[in-house]
Design a protein around this ligand. Structure first.
Ligand code: NAI
Length: 330
């Protein structure tokens, strides 16, 4: 069975090759593309049976129709989120779609903490100062996390892993999730979203992106947040209305923002744009704030997670090839 793998970087190829090698004779023909999958690049999948995609590949109905026309019968997401796939169209076309639901929730939770700690104690700024021989502390003042209230929106695998770490820091942990999540009761207190926003010193988003969560953080919810609170998003960019967030930062109501994801990230993230003029004025405005920290969707980026993503992706493909039920099918 042959698979076209879109949006690949060197590290994707390395870990997928390792996982494929481990399968021996039951391995697959993997055809790597640097390009993201879109209407413009879909023809690259011709002659293969499956495509493997990541967070910024676009699988709208017309792309899936083109794939079906080429005889592609499976889409393998090497990520947990699946907001970029038109699942109804895939079903209609008989294309099976599988994902990697939980490769390392701790990896994303730990990156969430890295963002919180960096932004709070300004270690990114301290690093630069010290390198220049500037040992002044002015501007580096943070807060003690112990005893502070952290609110988690979404209490799935990553939300729970984040709750466990924050509890270890001695934070009071609040959580909001419309679904029942029994495991959270040992870690924190379930509240409704308005109460979470009003009481939290740190609000961290761990809900999936869908029609109900798009712009979950908008002007209205920002108004409900405690003045000076920190907002963290390591989930999906479109959970946040970036324009409203910029407004709240300019009003000095939102105290700090840390994001690993951005609504328009597909044009920027996972590429070296250091020599380019970046046209996205909203993104560039974000970078001008001293209290904003941005990383380029690296929450998942640990050796353990990449290993797990690769082996589960190929195990999903093996299920489809062998006509077996796939536990990670959507
Ligand atoms: P999960 O499916 O285990 O948990 C998501 C939780 O969000 C569920 O409990 C669900 O009930 C809850 N939820 C749904 N709608 C909600 C709403 N309106 N408000 C609050 N909660 C809501 O997913 P997991 O593994 O915890 O991942 C969460 C998200 O993190 C993924 O959807 C993905 O977008 C993102 N992610 C980001 C990564 C990165 O590298 N930055 C890597 C992996 C995932």
């Amino acid at each position: 069975m042959q698979m076209t793998v879109f949006s690949t970087q060197r590290y994707d190829r390395r870990f997928l090759n390792e996982a494929n090698l481990a399968l021996g004779e039951r391995g697959f023909g993997l055809h790597y593309q640097e390009a993201a999958l879109s209407a413009d690049t879909v023809a690259l999948a011709q002659g293969t049976d499956a495509v493997c995609v990541f967070v910024n590949d676009h699988l709208e109905a017309h792309v899936l129709e083109a794939l079906a026309g080429y005889g592609v019968r499976a889409v393998l997401l090497r990520c947990a989120g699946f907001n970029n796939v038109d699942l109804d169209a895939a079903r209609r076309l008989g294309i099976r779609v599988a994902r990697v639901p939980a490769y390392s929730p701790e990896a994303v939770a730990e990156h969430t903490l890295a963002l919180i700690l960096t932004l709070n104690r300004r270690t990114h700024r301290a690093f630069n100062r010290v390198r220049e021989g500037n040992f002044m502390l002015e501007g580096l003042l943070g807060m003690t996390l112990h005893g502070k209230t952290a609110g988690l929106v979404g209490l799935g695998q990553i939300g729970l892993a984040t709750a466990r770490i924050l509890k270890g820091f001695g934070c009071r942990v609040l959580g909001y999730d419309p679904a029942p999540v029994g495991e959270f009761d040992a870690l924190g207190e379930r509240v409704e979203l308005p109460a979470l926003l009003a009481e939290s010193d740190i609000v961290s988003l761990h809900a999936p992106l869908n029609d109900r969560t798009r712009h979950l953080i908008d002007a209205e919810s920002l108004r409900l947040m405690k003045p000076g609170a920190m907002l963290v998003n390591t989930s999906r960019g479109a959970l946040i209305d970036t324009g409203a967030v910029i407004h709240a930062l300019k009003r000095r109501h939102l105290g700090a923002l840390a994001i690993d994801v951005y609504e328009q990230e597909a044009q920027l993230f996972f590429h070296d744009r250091s020599g380019d003029i970046i046209d996205d004025d909203v993104f560039q405005r974000l970078l001008t704030f001293p209290n904003v920290l941005v990383t380029g969707h690296q929450g998942f980026f640990t050796t353990e997670a990449l290993r797990e993503i690769s082996s589960v992706t190929l195990a999903n493909l093996a299920c489809i090839r062998d006509g077996r039920e796939c536990p990670n099918e959507l």
